[in-house]
Write a protein of this length. Sequence first.
Length: 251
Amino acid sequence: MSDVEANDNSGLLDSAIVEDEQTTESHEQPTISHVNQPEEDDGPLERPDFWPEKFWKKDANEPDLEGISKSYLELEKQFRSGKHKAPDDGKYKLVDGMREDDPVTQAYMGWAAKYGISQQAFEDLAGQIVGMGANQAEDMQRTIQQERQALGPNADAIISNMVTWGRGMVQKGIWSGDDFEEFKVWGGTAKGLQALMKLRETYEGRVPVQSAPADTSMSDEELHQMVASPEYKTNPAYRAKVEKLFEKRYG
């Protein structure tokens, strides 16, 4: 074989090999790089229908995982303690501030037992009732204090004098027990008590009222320390005593 033919064959082979490689490359799928590709923004999350609304953070548009976890633990605690159901014997555990011998408490317990209220629901409602009662007691105490102040510095002497007079009316047979109860209603405010005093003075003359001497033995600092003590908040009798000391000192 001549040199020319060898070169031609060699050229044909080279050409065939190149064409074959080009055909193979044309059938391969191109590789697409995902590096530095921008992520798609789906926008804010929406609460699924199956997810409770109270455990969804509206501001952040995301589930409140901490809240639902705490709720689950509390529910589990209630199940272990039996608070999720009514007591088997119908005897509910009372909350602080409730007395078993109180007629209101007895009626409440009977109602709860009749309708099978769970212990937890019983405590929730009882706590609200006790709280309302405490607020009403504070409001009443505040109102009485305001009425005493309206009577002036001789409030204690005026009230004591009128109570003695009213009891005397009962002892003399002029008033009945019901009349005396109405008398307490009439004298429940400063203006009502002053009106009764005027009525009394129309046939008895001027009612002498002697005020008690002011107790100035305690300093301002001592009085304020009594107000700051825990007993002032928890003991109504102690609180009334402190308020009287303030009245006697400041009028």
